[in-house]
Design a protein. Structure first.
Length: 189
């Protein structure tokens, strides 16, 4: 299986056998998934099933993050139809997206085929990854390992500011938003 990741897309496909002119078929290539980073154990599970992503952050948390537009629910098809929420800030011009991914675990970002730069971090004691996609300097993601086969995707991006926000600042924003989201999840259960 080949997995290609971008900041806002995750596409998985299995290559089909290549039929030769003489009718023979080559076997599909097998791709080995190896982790460059070994994540520590979670302090507990925070299952994302049946949650509303726009209810993860309280109104007070959104205010603290300068997210002053109303949250908007949608489905992120590139993450297996994950429930997602996007919130824009008129103050900073930045955008936060929370996606509740329940079809695969955070280790997908550690695949040698992921084509991203992932570094280990922690969010309120939960193992996480800061993910940068080469060539996409206007976005940063924090991926939080919350349960087996599930992760919280927090994307923080420049929403079209006159002066582009540096990626390091975007990663700090993604980390703060991830901390607020995990705090919200902990308060729920």
């Amino acid at each position: 299986m080949i997995v290609a990741l971008t900041a806002s897309a995750l596409v998985a496909c299995t290559p089909l056998p290549d039929n030769k002119a003489d009718g023979r078929a080559d076997e599909p290539l097998s791709v080995t998934t190896t982790s460059r980073i070994a994540l520590p154990a979670r302090p507990r599970d925070l299952p994302l099933d049946h949650l509303d992503p726009c209810a993860v952050l309280s109104a007070e948390q959104r205010t603290q993050l300068s997210l002053d537009n109303p949250p908007s629910n949608y489905v992120e098809s590139s993450f297996g139809n994950a429930k997602a929420c996007t919130i824009r800030s008129n103050t900073s011009g930045n955008v936060v997206r929370l996606a509740l991914v329940t079809v695969e675990g955070v280790e997908v970002w550690l695949s040698e085929n992921a084509q991203v730069e992932a570094s280990q971090t922690a969010v309120i004691g939960f193992p996480a990854l800061t993910v940068r996609t080469p060539g996409l300097d206007h976005v940063c993601n924090v991926e939080v390992d919350v349960a087996d086969g599930q992760f919280l995707d927090v994307m923080f991006r420049d929403g079209g500011n006159e002066t582009q926000v540096k990626q390091e600042i975007l990663c700090q924003g993604a980390q703060r938003a991830a901390e607020a989201a995990v705090t919200g999840l902990l308060q729920r259960g």
